[in-house]
Every structure is written in structure tokens, then in C-alpha cells.
Design a protein around this ligand. Sequence first.
Ligand code: DWN
Length: 407
Amino acid sequence: MKCRICGSKDLKKILSLGNTPLANSFLSRDELKKEEKKFPLEIFFCSGCSLVQLGIVVGPELLFRNYVYVSSTSGTFRMHFAKMAEEISSSFNLDEKSLAVDVGSNDGILLKGFRMMNVQTIGVEPAANVARIAEQDGIETINDFFGRESVDEIIRRKGHADIVTAANVFAHIDDIRDVVENVKHLLKKEGIFVIEVQYLVDMIEQMTFDNIYHEHLSYFALIPLVHFFRMHGMEVFDAKRVGSHGGSLRVFIKKLESSHAVRGSVAEILDYEKRLGIGDFGLYAEFAGKINDTKKEFVSGIRLLKSQGKSIAAYGAPAKSTTLLNFCGIGADCIDYIIDDSPLKIGLYAPGTHIPVVSSKMLDEDRPDYVVILAWNFAKEILEKTRKYAEKGVKFIIPLPEFKIVG
Ligand code: DWN
């Protein structure tokens, strides 16, 4: 195994979270009878460039060709990307003559924002079922992985791009060198590449270790990203921390020959990371210890309620809950069902735990004592939509960053 960015073989294991199923591999009733694939879930630190990364790569065809995650299920997320498109369009003076390309465009959640700004758009999405949703919503989408073939198809159809985005995608790709080469080929000279990734610093500071699963091959901080893009003839010229998914980093990258000035935000964040110890293995050894403490707190909180005869359900069946529940050994013996508003997940069973995923109507038929909000990053939105149940006595639990009972 060698580092995805610098090729170093000096990788130190930070933590093993066991052999776990693929986070979005929700099962149909028939699939429950078959043996479930599990893979080692281990994260490593590269002494060469400080990139934190998984120890194995599960093939993208297995992970992404049929996908149950539809980004627009959450109103919070829809607003997040509408704001992102608006900010970028005005910062870089995009207009009806501009072209925005989104890598891993899912149901078109971000491109809809650019469309609102009259920017021309096209998406690249490998999951046929999700690409179909985008097309039905009028978002032109190429159903394929981002690569030379899909890039040449975009150039044939629309010409070169003013902006290429990859939101919650760049950490999911093994051959990021290939991505950068293709982005450079696709972009105009002054074009920009914008990636948004779940931020390693937030994961460490907020203890949101459930973001560790096989789709997420890399856990980025700015230090290795700056190094990586410089290696490939591009330059990070701006960066900002944003709130999505418990804390993400939005990074703006340009071609070396582009005139965009490098902003002070880059040095500020790099300095913060250096002071935090992003380049020191000790930070991660301490993080691993704290993960086990957080696990103990979650398990003891749930087990105590069960020992008191309480009934527990959950709200939100995010990919991250596969890590949380399987790593903590909390299964169908503790959680009766998981409510989710994604039509693609309702009627399926959660990976590893086989807890049934049901629609929110269940709360009108059954009155659990507690509901664990597994999609804790959307706790505010979920608490708002379940207020009437809280008023009837249902208590809600937010599991991370610390175990908290609400209401
Ligand atoms: O990186 C990734 C992020 C962007 O999205 C992907 N690897 C996969 C996915 O991760 P996730 O599944 O952990 O993402 P979310 O957006 O935190 O998942 C939220 C879940 O909660 C979804 O299944 C939808 C559900 N939900 C719901 O049922 N009702 C969410 C809200 C807000 C709701 O009101």
C-alpha cells in the first residue's frame, strides 16, 4: 500500500474499526438471506505528506454504479448547495455564457443552483438510477465516471468549462491524479476547480468518526491538498470552512497560468493545521483513543435505556450510521427501526445490523420512547419536522459529537 498523494510507503495505522459492510449497501429482504460482504475499515497516516487515508480501496463499480443516496432529500443540503452556486457565480462573474460541470453530480442538487444563476450546466454521475432522477429534473447528466471519455463528451457537447465542481466526491476517488489531469483538460485558462470535502480537522475536533467508511478513501486537510495540486501544475488559491456534514472544507484551485490571486485564507488555514498538529502522528493516536471513549459513551447510553425497558427507534439512515452502529455493536436488539425519507431506502434493511428502514408514517402508528438521530448533521431539520412527537413525549438522542438527550 502506498500514499495516494505522494507515493510514500511509510503509512502508520491510526485505527481499525473492524470488518464492516459497505455503508450504502442497504439490503432488500431477499438479500438478507445471502452472505453480506464486509471489508476491513482502517485508517492510516502518511509520514510523507500527512494524508489520512483508508488502508484498502473498494472498487467504484461496486460502490457507485447503483446508489441509494439522493442528495436533495434534505432541505438543509438543498439550501447549502443553492448558496454555494450563488456565491461562486457572483464571485467569478459566471453568466449565461459560462459552463459549470459537476463531478459526481448525484440528482443535480448543485447544478440546479447554477441553473438558477442562468449558468449552463452538465453533470457527470456514475449511478444510473440517480442520474435518471437528475435528467427527469431537466439537469443534463452524463451517466459515467469522470474521466477522459466523459470529459471529451462534455467538450464536444458544450465546450471547455469555466468551473468544475466536486462536492463530497474528491475524497471518494482513488486516482485523483487522473481527475486533476482531466480537470485541467476541461477547464478554460481562467477556469476554476472547486472541491468540497468533509474536513479532517472537524472530524478530529468534533469526534465525527462515523464519517469513516469505504466510500471515503481520503480524509483531507489543506496541507496535503496544497502539496498535491502543486505536484500537478495547479494551485490552491482560496479555502473556507463550511458547515455541511459536521464540517467541510471548500477549496478553490486554479491552473498555474491563471491570473487568480492566492488569498490569505490559504495561509490562515495552513497555519491553523500546523498548530493543531496535522503533520504529527501523535494527533491521530490521541484521536483514536478518544473514538473509543465516544464509542463507550454511546453504547452505555443506549444500553442503559434498554435496561430500563425503553423502546428506541432512529431517524435518518445515513451512510455514516453504518459505521456508528456496526463499530459500536448497536443493532436490531436495541433499535427497532430506522425512519428515512429517501424513497430509495424505505423498505430496505441497514447494512450489517439489518434494522428495517421505514417511512416517517411509522411514528403515527408506533410511539417509541426514544429516537436516535443518526443523521445528526441534520438534527435541527429533523427535530423541527418531528416536533409534534416530541410534544407527545418522544425524546430524541443526538449521538455525536457527544451523547445528548433532547426534549
Ligand atoms: O459523502 C457522502 C455524503 C455527502 O452523503 C456520501 N458518501 C454519502 C452520503 O453520506 P450520508 O448518507 O451520511 O449523508 P447524509 O446526507 O448525512 O444522510 C442523511 C440521511 O438522513 C439520508 O438517508 C436522508 C435522511 N434524512 C431524512 O430521512 N429526513 C435527512 C433529513 C434531513 C430528513 O429530514
